[in-house]
Ligand binder design. Structure first.
Ligand SMILES: N=c1c2ncn([C@@H]3O[C@H](COP(=O)(O)OP(=O)(O)OP(=O)(O)O)[C@@H](O)[C@H]3O)c2ncn1[C@@H]1O[C@H](COP(=O)(O)O)[C@@H](O)[C@H]1O
Length: 105
């Protein structure tokens, strides 16, 4: 799984500087971070709608779109995928309920 995600990260890093007429990543990147972020939001909403409709194939497709656009956003922010994966690993085994209860406020 990590290998697939890293491969996508590398592909996106390479395609960012491609010809926007030949590459969706380059075209979206050229439109700026706000547009990329907007796409992440749209794909998130489409994922929610698909999940609530109970359509498994649509939910898988929209989830892939969401992850892909999130990767494009992370690349634009200069945040390596490993930073996110490391954070998830750090949280492994820590119950979300216990973590919330331990917050200062
Ligand atoms: N995984 C994906 C991927 N998932 C979704 N998409 C594209 O995301 C776009 C989303 O479609 P929308 O209709 O929502 O977007 P839009 O109409 O262009 O945008 P709006 O202006 O309407 O907001 C479609 O063009 C999809 O093909 C992807 N495009 C690329 N990849 C990966 O990125 C690699 C590089 O792609 P290019 O940069 O195009 O070479 C590919 O080899 C793939 O591995």
């Amino acid at each position: 799984m990590r290998a697939t995600l890293h491969q996508l990260e590398q592909t996106i890093a390479r395609r960012r500087s491609a010809d926007p007429s030949q590459s969706y990543v380059a075209k979206l990147t050229s439109r700026g971070r706000a547009k990329i972020a907007q796409k992440v939001g749209e794909e998130a909403v489409e994922t929610v709608i698909a999940a609530l409709s109970g359509d498994t194939a649509d939910t898988i497709g929209e989830s892939a779109d969401l992850l892909f656009h999130l990767f494009v956003l992370l690349a634009d922010c200069g945040i390596p995928l490993d930073s996110v994966l490391d954070e998830l690993e750090r949280r492994e085994g820590l119950s979300g309920l216990a973590e919330k209860a331990a917050r200062p406020d």
